[in-house]
Design a protein around this ligand. Structure first.
Ligand code: 15L
Length: 267
């Protein structure tokens, strides 16, 4: 699929920077937005810094856009007063702008932290009840639910991607289950943009990891075929010293280190 004008929010963020150079071949014009510095614009790029919490700026940002890759907002666990404007007000402003500007497809960078309070090793499907591990996970669950509303009421299609740990290589034992390579991220995003009649779909975003905790097999097939696998890194990761406390919540729950952040006690 080749879009005429594709918008990437969060273009200066970790995954935005991975996607930016890879999107050139998939669109005629790439509109990039962030509050952080975006550097210079290449010939096919348009830079439009915008605050997600500013409804008017978001309306302008989506003017003339065919599809949105929404990677903007807070990307880790933070106090609620930081999550609220960027991820909750922000995603509302995005969908309202999409409705008013007639944008028909959004790819929403959701997160595994929507279900971060499931136990590590438990295999879950995207339809399992949400069990967010913090305010960030709750904000992503809100975005997924908003996507559902805007599909049912306005027909705007969304693929919500509950991304795992997207990095050059798996970071640790948790990464053996949830790693998403940069090349597979690109494949996943392109499949999400190109598949027809996706409606409102939520899937997990991981490479082809044999020890996966997530099972997308009952969901609509959008043609995503991961080519990488964490298995290639297993021996080197398992050779590391054992973790200090295997009963620590960061080792027990799928959300990993996010379980150690924030004001939340553990029973
Ligand atoms: C996420 O949702 C974050 O955006 C990313 O920074 C990682 O921490 C990832 O989850 C993860 O769970 O490892």
């Amino acid at each position: 699929m080749r879009c005429r004008r594709l918008l990437l929010t969060g273009a200066a963020g970790g995954l935005g920077r991975v996607l930016r150079p890879r999107l050139q071949r998939h669109c005629e014009r790439l509109r990039l937005s962030d509050l952080a510095d975006l550097g210079g614009a290449a010939a096919h790029e348009e830079l439009m810094p915008a605050d997600l919490a500013d409804a008017h700026a978001m309306l302008e940002l989506l003017d003339g856009v065919d599809a949105v890759l929404h990677f903007g907002g807070v990307s880790v666990e933070q106090p609620f007063d930081m999550v609220l404007p960027a991820n909750i007000v922000g995603v509302f402003n995005l969908y309202e702008a999409a409705r008013l500007q007639g944008v028909r497809r959004i790819v929403f960078a959701s997160s595994n932290h929507v279900t971060g309070c499931y136990r590590q090793g438990e295999v879950i499907r995207p339809t399992a009840p949400a069990r967010p591990d913090g305010y960030y996970g709750i904000s992503k669950a809100f975005g997924e639910n908003l996507a559902s509303l805007y599909f049912d009421r306005y027909g705007i299609e969304t693929v919500s991607l509950r991304l795992g740990n997207c990095a050059p290589e798996p970071a640790d034992r948790r990464g053996l289950a949830i790693w998403l390579s940069h090349d597979d991220l690109e494949r996943l995003v392109l499949a999400s943009l190109s598949a027809e009649d996706v409606g409102c779909l939520t899937i997990y975003g991981a490479s082809d990891n044999p020890r996966a905790w997530w099972d997308n097999s009952a969901e609509r097939d959008i043609g995503y075929r991961p080519q990488d696998s964490a298995e290639a890194y297993r021996a080197q990761i398992e050779a590391r010293p054992p973790v200090a406390d295997p009963q620590d919540p960061t080792e027990l729950y799928q959300g990993g280190r996010f379980l150690g952040i924030g004001p939340f006690p553990f029973p």
